[in-house]
Design a protein around this ligand. Structure first.
Ligand code: DAH
Length: 339
């Protein structure tokens, strides 16, 4: 045994440590080199047979060997343990209980629209659709709204450079439907509307309406009142009251505005209904014969009713929401109350 033998033995030990793939392999390496009957004790044993002048150097090298191989073994063991726990983390443990992330839910505005579709489908209505970007013709002219009507003012309407506009109401869908089908017609058209309104607790520049249109031979104001009242009871419960007030719209004659009694306070008066006990839902009326003429329907042969509905207003009284802006902030803590 000389100093050179120890260097070779150390290289061997390092190679064995690198090759070890498990903690058990490493333990075998440790026993092989440093164990009580391992190679290092053999070296120490041989010390007494060495040339006396070389003994101190061999002893020093042997100690170095013990230290360095010991450290290499410790480091390799730590690396193996870290790797094996990382592998465990990547492993899918089917016995761990699942983490519940909660179910998503529909936005209150969507809930009202879906409920309205369900209710009107019981009365034989189907759903129609129209574009958000409309022409002046569909949004105004065809609806008998003349060029000097205040609703055409740039203060109220978002006009586009193209000369088109963002629809201010869902009523243009009435025209599109009647142009493409013969009577009888029974549709509702939910959708977004846009107005240059200053946002406050009850106004938003972007809101939703549901348009309704029923055209047949003998549709009457009684049908309109009956169907709106049926809708109100289905949507808000049997205690809600509906009232109709005379009004004017260019595309209906006669026209009404209609209100629901406030669902939040039961009609007594509260902040949501501004102490009046009533919430205005929108307008309605009998389709103006001039509108029938525009779409090629015979005003002598058919009659019809039409109505609008403010979806946010219904959502506000149905769910007791005091400020329309809350509906658009997408605060999940607020929205998750209306499951
Ligand atoms: N489009 C009207 C509005 O936005 C609401 C309306 C009134 C719709 C009367 C109708 C109707 O269909 O007949 O204020």
């Amino acid at each position: 045994m000389n100093t050179q033998d120890i260097v070779i033995l150390k290289d061997q030990a390092v190679a064995d440590i690198r090759a070890a793939g498990t903690p058990a392999d490493l333990e075998a390496v440790r026993i092989k080199y440093l164990g009580r009957k391992g190679l290092l004790p053999v070296i120490m044993e041989g010390l007494k047979d060495a040339v006396p002048a070389e003994r101190p150097e061999i002893g020093r090298r042997a100690n170095e060997f013990k230290q360095e191989v010991g450290q290499a073994l410790d480091a390799a063991k730590a690396a193996l343990t870290a790797a094996s726990s990382a592998a465990t983390r990547g492993h899918f443990d089917t016995t761990i209980p699942g983490a519940w992330r909660g179910l998503g839910q529909l936005h209150p505005v969507t809930q009202v629209i879906e409920e309205a579709i369900r209710i009107f489908s019981m009365l034989g209505f189907t759903v129609a659709d129209g574009p958000d970007i409309e022409t002046e013709y569909y949004n105004f002219d065809a609806l008998n709204t003349p060029g000097d009507h205040p609703s055409r003012d740039t203060q109220d309407t978002f006009w586009l450079d193209s000369g088109e506009l963002l629809r201010t109401q869902t009523s243009p869908v009435q025209i599109r439907v009647m142009e493409s089908r013969k009577p009888p017609v029974r549709i509702i058209a939910p959708g977004r509307c846009y107005r240059r309104d200053t946002t406050d607790a009850t106004h938003s520049a972007n809101f939703h309406q549901i348009e309704g249109l029923y055209v047949d031979r003998k549709v009457s104001m009684a049908d309109l009142k009956g169907d709106i009242t049926f809708f109100a009871h289905q949507m808000m419960g049997p205690n809600v009251k509906v009232r109709f007030r005379p009004h004017f719209f260019p595309f209906t004659e006669p026209s009404v505005e209609y209100d629901f009694s406030c669902h939040v306070c039961g009609g007594v008066g509260c902040r949501v209904c501004k102490q009046s006990g009533w919430i205005e839902i929108s307008g309605a009326g009998m389709v103006n014969p001039k509108v029938f003429s525009k779409v090629g329907y015979d005003p002598e042969a058919c009659t019809g009713y039409a109505f609008g509905m403010g979806v946010e207003r219904i959502a506000m009284i149905k769910f007791g929401i005091e400020d329309i802006r809350l509906l658009y902030e997408n605060d999940i803590r607020f929205l998750s109350q209306f499951a």
